[in-house]
Design a protein around this ligand. Structure first.
Ligand code: TRP
Length: 349
């Protein structure tokens, strides 16, 4: 059997360039290589509600924003099934049976959930839906028989828990489900792009993100506000490259061809880094270089987004059709699941 790929994002804000290097680019590449039987991209609005149940509007508003971001980076609804989690009710049924296969102790031990709980200040007051989102995420994955799940590094413990649930299910009810694997993006530097402050990961509330929809001026302003090396005061001072946000971003975005266009006195990033370390290279120059690269990458995305924004009904229609298709696919697998469990009492097919 060929590969079935599934990925998704919670619609809690517009997508930023961390998402772009961490996952979106990779998804578009996979989509265009076509080395799969099926590929699904899901807007995980139900999962987003697990900690935003009292702010549905935030999730609602961001569904369209994330869909616009997806389509403007090149996700193609003719090649992938783009759908909305909340509109595929089969997923809740998978989740319901999987919840029996996970203990409270195990749920509390998931490192991703643990760190997110800490971030959000949850203790025993954590909503059960939030504590158990890796279980519902297992439903998202297995409902489509997905074996490949491209994710960011922080999601690996969630995939590990999904694998465990699959094994437990198969042991109890017979080989039915496929153990998914989490796939990380290739370039190791892309795994985690820091926020523009260089301290935290990109987060909307910290205002340290560059969004895919940011204007030319916004991008420039954010690049020039980046923290570099506090001891690199005069141009002639030697500078540090490690932990220097501008270089972290260059690691993620810069290709040799960018030097030909924007900084022909260097051949590649290694040469630029060597000069910075030695001293004699100013921050303005490296920031201008990074700005040129980001502007080049983001201009076509922003232009396409502005075009797509004009017809939001069309976007909702894409999500509607994708969700209908996803529902049909998940339904078939749900029947298989219930048959395996011995609870397909009316012999539905
Ligand atoms: N947890 C993912 C995130 O935080 C979103 C998500 C939900 C997901 N269901 C998924 C990712 C299934 C991959 C597969 O962005």
């Amino acid at each position: 059997m060929g590969n079935i790929i599934l990925t998704g994002d919670r619609p809690t804000g517009k997508l930023h360039i961390g998402h772009f290097v961490g996952s979106l680019q990779n998804r578009v590449k996979m989509q265009n290589e076509g080395n799969f039987d099926k590929m699904y991209v899901m807007i995980a609005d139900s999962q987003a509600l697990t900690d935003n149940f009292n702010n549905v509007k935030k999730v609602q508003d961001n569904i369209i924003e994330v869909a616009l971001d997806y389509l403007s980076v090149g996700i193609d609804p003719n090649k992938v099934t783009l759908f909305l989690q909340s509109q595929v009710s089969e997923l809740t049924e998978f989740n319901f049976y999987y919840l029996n296969l996970v203990t409270l102790a195990r749920a509390k031990r998931n490192p991703t959930v643990k760190s997110e709980m800490k971030e959000k200040g949850y203790k025993d007051d954590v909503p059960l839906g939030f504590l158990c989102y890796p279980v519902s995420q297992t439903a998202d994955i297995t409902a489509f028989n997905a074996n490949i799940v491209p994710v960011g590094e922080d999601q690996l413990p969630v995939i590990e828990q999904a694998r465990e649930i699959v094994r437990t299910f198969n042991n109890l009810y017979g080989e039915t489900l496929i153990e998914p694997i989490g796939v990380l993006p290739d370039k190791s530097t892309c795994k985690r792009l820091p926020g523009t402050d260089g301290i935290h990961k990109m987060s909307k509330s910290l205002g340290n993100c560059i969004y895919l929809s940011d204007s030319e001026q916004d991008i420039k302003k954010k690049v020039f506000s980046m923290y570099t090396d506090e001891n690199h005061i005069k141009v002639s001072d030697p500078g540090k490259v490690e932990g220097n946000v501008v270089f972290s971003y260059l690691d993620a975005f810069c290709e040799d061809e960018h030097f030909k266009k924007y900084l022909p006195e260097y051949n590649n990033l290694d040469e630029l880094k060597a000069h910075y370390r030695k001293g004699g290279l100013g921050d303005v120059k490296i920031k201008n270089f990074l700005n040129s690269i980001l502007q080049e990458i983001l201009l076509p995305i922003r232009t396409k987004r502005q075009e797509l924004e004009k017809d939001k009904d069309k976007i909702m229609n894409i999500l509607y059709n994708g969700s209908k298709q996803a529902s049909l696919d998940a339904h078939k697998n749900l029947i298989r699941l219930k048959t395996a469990m011995g609870i397909n009492y009316f012999n539905e097919i």
